[in-house]
Structures are given as structure tokens and as C-alpha cells.
Design a protein around this ligand. Structure first.
Ligand code: UD1
Length: 417
């Protein structure tokens, strides 16, 4: 089993061009099934979640190719419309295929999805939303079986603004007759990206970015070339690494508005952040101040996907930070590992109190999920001695060769057995 070995003590310096966001690209790939002809996606990261998505699409009859950061995919006229358990379990985003397969082929049979083990992650909102579009759904031996032969537009009212459920309904509704309205829709930038993609293919969606989305069904979509938005979470991860090492880095090709909640918090810590067009430069002080209170919430609030990394920064910041995780109940699994490295963290329910210490100590630690794993890499940057991280497959799901990216920023890091 490969592990990451990090020698702490280096400041992060350098520059990086950001690649497309995993959370934008995965639903777009699913959506490409709805268009005739060959779709092209540019600036794609070579990460496990993307590779697994392509495997699932191939099992559905699509022809997929991934070369030099570009993905080409072309669906077939007929498909099995079946996603077997072993494939569905490889990533949670297999759930997006429910909406797009239904849109195109009007039926789907899919095993319950997998993904990060960060809590319950129910799919009730996806199911209720599709039912509102007149899809008949039943469950049988671990499979969800959907009949969309009488699909039509409807009104979907989410109890909670779910990113995945909003995207699923946008896709299914695009190839359904009539108008669909999504109320209390999620407002993440990735949802605006999906709207832009669908409209580029000839669909008719408006309102994304607000909580009220209107989709007018169309008969057909045509394939196109598309460059998804950049990965705000990967950008945020490296900004936090820079902030805690006292370095200075520049990230290119990123929309600062997408991570404004992080930028505002980093400014509280006395980090200097300059935005020049699509470039962000961050210059960190010797020891940043603690952010007082961080509370994860749906966009434009502070993203749950940066909670573990921000907590790691707080372990070595000056003062006490209170961090509240409101999105997923098992998203504190990195804490036991940070404590092994000398962090001072106490937890009560969904709240963690982090008191900054002068230094962390290198230790053998385990990545339990994707973002928690990247947070342990950040901890390694400021630890005395060597940090050894195992179960890297979690990190590889969402970071394109994290060791090369960090090494380019001057970090002493190696992947070896
Ligand atoms: C997406 C992101 C993930 C991010 C999360 C929250 C992708 C591929 N993944 O996940 O990285 O951490 O948004 O920003 O884009 N919920 C229900 N019922 C449902 C669906 C969700 O109760 O049917 C709840 C969840 O338990 C959670 C909240 O809604 O508390 C938000 O989850 P959701 O937005 O659906 O997350 P994902 O789309 O799975």
C-alpha cells in the first residue's frame, strides 16, 4: 500500500493553474448522456472519481476517451439503463445518472450509490423530486427502479437545498415535457455551471444560483465542447496550506467569488489576499490569528468541503477557533488523527473547539475521507519530523496527484510503499 511521507517545515511558494472542479465535471459528464453526438470537456483532472464515472458511462454503452486533460464521450441510441452495485458503489455521483438516463431513455435501474463515508447521505430528495416529475419509482433488492415513460414537468419543493438532488432534477426535467420549477434549490456555482452547459446544448434552464430554478423541457439536446468551472475546493485547500506555513502562492484560473467565504475568513487571520482577474495571490504572516467562528452551511456559506482543512490551519493559529459542522454528521473523522499529531481539539456534538499550538508532531495517520485526507497533508506541512499518511485512495478521488502539486509548491513530499 502506498503512503505519503511529508517532511514538515517548508513554506509554500509558487504558482498553480487550477483544473476543473470535480463537483462540476461529474454531473456534466452524467448530463452528456442526454445529447446525441460527441461531447468534449476541457481542463479535466485525472482523478479517481472521474475515472470511475467514465467506467460507469462505458458500462451504459457510452464511448469515452480521456487524453491530455480532455474528455470525449458519446452515448449510444440504446442502453441497458442498468448501473450495477459494484460500479454504483465506487462513487456517490453515480446518483446523477438517474436524472440523465431517465431524461434520455425514460427508465433506469441503479444500485444505491457509494462515496465518502461522511454520514448518512440519504437520497430521499432525489427520489421525491423525480416523483414530482411523474416518475414511477420502486425499490427492489438494493436497486432503485424508475419508470419515466410518463415523465412531465412538475413543481419540486426541497426541504433542504441539496446540490445533487437539484442537479438530478434539472437534468431529468430538461428532457421532460412542460415546465418544471425547483423551489429551495441549492445555489452552488456548480449548479450554475450545469445550467450553462444544458443551455449550451440547446436546453432552457434559468434561475440557477438562486433558490428558484425554472426548466422548460426540450425535445432534444446537441453535444458541445465545454470547460467546467475551476475547483474552488482544491484552490481553497492550497490557500489554507499556504496560510499555515507562512508562504506566498498564486492560484491561476479560479473565480474568487466562488471562495469568497474562505477569503473573508482568511483575511480575519491577517493573511493578505489579492485578486487580479482570475488569479488569487495569498501572502501569509508568520503565525496567523485564529478565525473566531466557522460554521459550515450551503453556498454561499462556508463549504463543508473545506472544514477539515480550515480546522487543520486552526490547530497552529494563534488563539481559539470554534468550528460547527452542519452538513454531514461524520465529518470530524480527521480530528483523532490531528490529535495524534499534537493538536488541541475538543468536540461536543457538531462543534469542535480548536486551541492553536506552536507546532504539530509528525505521526502515522489515516485518511478516512477525501477532504479529511487532504487536511492531514496540510498538517504534515507544519509538523516536526515526518508525517506518514495511509489510505490515499480517498485523497486520489479528488486531488490530481496531491504529492506533485505540493512538491511544486516546495513541500518535501513523496509517495512510496
Ligand atoms: C455535494 C458535493 C459534496 C459536498 C456537498 C455539500 C458533489 C459531487 N458533491 O454532495 O462534495 O460536500 O454537496 O456541499 O457535488 N440530503 C438529504 N436528502 C437527500 C440529499 C441530501 O437529506 O436526498 C441532505 C444531506 O444529508 C446533507 C444536505 O442535504 O445534510 C446537503 O447534501 P447535498 O447537497 O445533497 O450533498 P451532495 O450533493 O451529496
Amino acid at each position: 500500500m502506498e503512503k505519503l511521507y511529508i517532511e514538515g517545515g517548508e513554506k509554500m511558494y509558487g504558482e498553480m493553474d487550477m483544473y476543473a472542479a470535480k463537483n462540476a465535471l461529474l454531473p456534466l459528464l452524467a448530463c452528456s448522456i442526454m445529447a446525441d453526438g460527441k461531447s468534449t470537456f476541457k481542463n479535466c483532472p485525472n482523478i479517481e472519481d472521474v475515472k470511475n464515472m467514465l467506467l460507469i458511462m462505458e458500462s451504459l454503452g457510452c464511448t469515452c476517451n480521456f487524453e491530455n486533460g480532455s474528455i470525449y464521450s458519446e452515448p449510444t441510441a440504446e442502453s441497458s439503463c442498468l448501473i450495477e452495485e459494484d460500479l454504483a458503489k465506487t462513487l456517490r455521483s453515480s446518483i446523477f445518472l438517474m436524472g440523465s438516463i431517465l431524461g434520455r431513455y425514460k427508465k433506469v435501474k441503479i444500485a444505491y450509490p457509494g462515496g465518502c463515508d461522511i454520514g448518512l447521505r440519504p437520497i430521499n430528495l432525489h427520489i421525491e423530486g423525480l416523483k414530482a416529475l411523474n416518475v414511477k419509482i420502486h425499490e427492489e433488492a438494493g436497486y432503485i427502479i424508475c419508470d419515466g415513460s410518463n415523465m412531465k414537468g412538475g413543481i419540486v419543493n426541497f426541504d433542504v437545498p441539496s446540490v445533487g438532488a437539484t442537479e438530478n432534477i434539472m437534468m431529468a426535467a430538461t428532457l421532460s415535457k412542460g415546465t418544471t420549477i425547483i423551489k429551495n434549490a441549492a445555489r452552488e456555482p456548480e449548479i450554475i455551471d450545469l445550467q450553462n452547459y444544458i443551455n449550451k446544448m440547446g436546453g432552457n434552464v434559468r434561475g440557477a444560483g438562486r433558490s428558484y430554478i425554472v426548466i422548460e423541457g426540450v425535445k432534444k439536446l446537441r453535444s458541445c465542447e465545454y470547460t467546467p468551472i475551476a475547483d474552488r475546493i482544491v484552490a481553497g485547500t492550497y490557500m489554507l496550506g499556504c496560510a499555515m506555513t507562512g508562504g506566498e502562492i498564486q492560484i491561476n484560473n479560479v473565480n474568487f467569488e466562488h471562495i469568497y467565504s474562505l477569503i473573508a475568513k482568511l483575511r480575519e487571520t491577517t493573511c493578505k489576499i489579492h485578486v487580479k482577474g482570475d488569479k488569487i495571490v495569498i501572502k501569509a504572516p508568520k503565525q496567523p490569528l485564529a478565525m473566531k467562528y466557522i460554521k459550515t452551511s450551503p453556498y454561499p456559506g462556508f463549504p463543508t468541503d473545506l472544514q477539515a482543512q480550515v480546522m487543520t490551519m486552526m490547530t497552529v493559529s494563534k488563539g481559539v477557533a470554534i468550528i460547527e459542522e452542519n452538513m454531514f454528521e461524520m465529518r470530524f473523522r480527521h480530528i483523532s488523527e490531528l490529535i495524534k499529531m499534537g493538536a488541541d481539539i475538543t468536540v461536543s456534538g457538531k462543534t469542535a473547539v480548536v486551541s492553536g499550538v506552536k507546532k504539530l508532531q509528525g505521526a502515522g495517520v489515516t485518511a478516512y475521507d477525501l477532504r479529511g485526507g487532504s487536511a492531514l497533508c496540510l498538517a504534515g506541512l507544519v509538523a516536526e519530523g515526518t508525517t506518514v499518511i495511509s489510505d490515499l485512495w480517498h485523497i486520489d478521488r479528488g486531488y490530481e496527484s496531491i504529492e506533485n502539486e505540493l512538491a511544486n509548491f516546495g513541500v518535501k513530499i513523496q509517495r512510496k510503499r
